[in-house]
Ligand binder design. Structure first.
Ligand code: SIN
Length: 311
């Protein structure tokens, strides 16, 4: 029987999956982003019929993620996805901003082939390291003909880029898709599909993204008891291009904060209203002064608005 060799490309960006601690019992006092992506692949089960190619795009703690790394990562994904023998791409990434990177990649690449982000909640040196299983699962998703688009494979579940959120500071099952639920589970290297694969985004000429230093400045402000308009006014004075407000409940805002945001909008600042609730979406009401953020969490609404302002 002829075995056709296809390639899964694994792009490393750092994170806890590549973290090292002084002791195998230490799961919090480690340094993220130390182990190279090629080393992370050592000892994983062989994917029959697939070859692996590893490339280090960045080596950072994902709390420090920036637009430069995003642009470099999107360019490398686009390059590899365009190769006929590449079945899919896996991205190893820190968990803290993984949902943002996933949403950014889906927004600008809208790939047909799978781009699967994964990481770990325990460093590579931990006696209970979760990275190897997560990475093996991500490779299985990237190799599956059922998978398409950008997703996050983590703790046995596969989440769509639009819905996925980190919801726990410590537990290994740190990600959730909220109301929507995961797209699939990975069981012993096989994908069990639960619903239609989410769509979204549009293939964008990456040259149309401005240089990282020139991305429009969009900030997030939050509604809370005693919220006022001073932060919004300061940001407008400082030249902000867009504001996403993480409202309470169904995107509700303290009247002082709302007045400042309406005023900012009147001065040409793009404003979007989202919710600080981890589940559900802001349901638009007729005649509302501020547009809603189309069911996106505040951090994703910010990415969508930056891209919109660059379009
Ligand atoms: C990071 O986000 O790079 C560190 C935390 C993690 O990966 O869990």
């Amino acid at each position: 029987m002829q075995v056709s060799e296809r390639t899964i490309v694994v792009l490393g960006t750092g994170g806890t999956i590549a973290g090292r601690a002084a002791s195998a019992q230490d799961n919090v006092g480690y340094r993220a982003a130390e182990v190279g992506v090629a080393d992370l692949l050592q000892g994983l089960p062989v994917l029959q019929g697939f070859g692996l190619h590893a490339e280090q795009v960045a080596q950072i703690d994902s709390k420090d993620m920036d637009f430069g790394v995003w642009c470099a990562l999107a360019a490398r994904c686009a390059h590899w996805l365009a190769q006929g023998d590449v079945a899919g791409v896996v991205v190893t990434h820190g968990t803290d901003t993984m949902e943002e990177t996933a949403f950014f990649l889906q927004s600008v690449l809208a790939p047909v082939k799978p781009v699967v982000l994964t990481g770990a909640m325990r460093p590579a040196t931990s006696a209970g390291a979760d990275g190897p299983q997560n990475l093996a699962d991500a490779l299985a998703v990237a190799a599956s003909p059922l998978a398409q688009g950008v997703c996050v494979a983590f703790a046995g579940a596969v989440h769509g880029a639009r819905e996925v959120q980190k919801v726990h500071t410590y537990r290994a099952a740190a990600f959730s898709s909220g109301d929507a639920g995961p797209v699939a589970y990975v069981e012993e290297g096989r994908l069990r599909l639960l619903r239609a694969w989410p769509q979204g985004g549009a293939l964008r000429d990456l040259q149309t993204l401005r240089a990282p230093a020139d991305w429009p400045r969009v900030e997030i402000v939050m509604n809370h008891a005693g919220a006022g308009g001073a932060i919004v006014q300061a940001l407008v004075r400082d030249g902000v291009a867009g504001l996403v407000v993480a409202g309470t409940g169904n995107g509700t805002l303290h009247q002082a904060l709302e007045a400042a945001l309406v005023d900012a909008q009147g001065q040409g600042v793009a404003v979007r209203r989202s919710s600080r609730c981890p589940q559900g979406r802001v349901i638009a009401q007729e005649g509302a002064a501020l547009p809603v953020a189309d069911g996106l969490s505040p951090v994703k609404a910010r990415i969508a608005l930056m891209l919109e302002l660059m379009a």
